[in-house]
Design a protein. Structure first.
Length: 147
């Protein structure tokens, strides 16, 4: 799937998924390998972008729905301002993928998400996931890319 309960969450690169071999994946290395294959410069993580991604992943998990705007006043632009992010930015969201590799693959197969990941102007990103307590194996993903 692309685009009230307690939740478990994490921000990458310290991605910790219990009982999954994929936990050893380095999201930045995976993302940079994708960008390198397309002749693009590498990206680095950014704490503000990670915080914005984590906020969105948590909102989606707590509301049980995927989207760029979950709840009143929580649109993408509003969340960027709250996080102190200025300049061009983009967001990818997804749900249900079990690993970083799976979510990156899903995004690369979606034209809009692919465009965001391969935008040569973006040099930083934040990736986070969250899962509802009542569905601990169902993961909501958010990636925020910026300058």
């Amino acid at each position: 799937m692309l685009a009230g309960a307690a939740i478990v969450f994490a921000a990458a690169p310290s991605l910790l998924l219990a009982d999954q071999a994929e936990a050893a994946e380095d999201p930045t290395a995976l993302f940079n390998a994708i960008r390198k294959r397309h002749g693009l410069p590498p990206v680095d993580t950014d704490p503000k972008l990670e915080q914005a991604a984590l906020y969105q992943a948590k909102r989606m998990a707590s509301n049980g729905k995927i989207g760029h705007s979950v709840g009143w006043g929580n649109g993408f632009v509003s969340r960027l301002r709250q996080a102190g992010i200025r300049g061009a930015a983009a967001e990818n969201v997804a749900a249900g993928q079990r690993s970083t590799a799976e979510v990156f693959d899903a995004w690369m197969k979606s034209p809009g998400h692919r465009k965001n990941m391969l935008d040569p102007e973006f040099r930083h990103y934040g990736l986070a996931w969250a899962t509802p307590e009542n569905k601990p194996r169902y993961i909501y993903w958010a990636m925020v890319l910026g300058l």
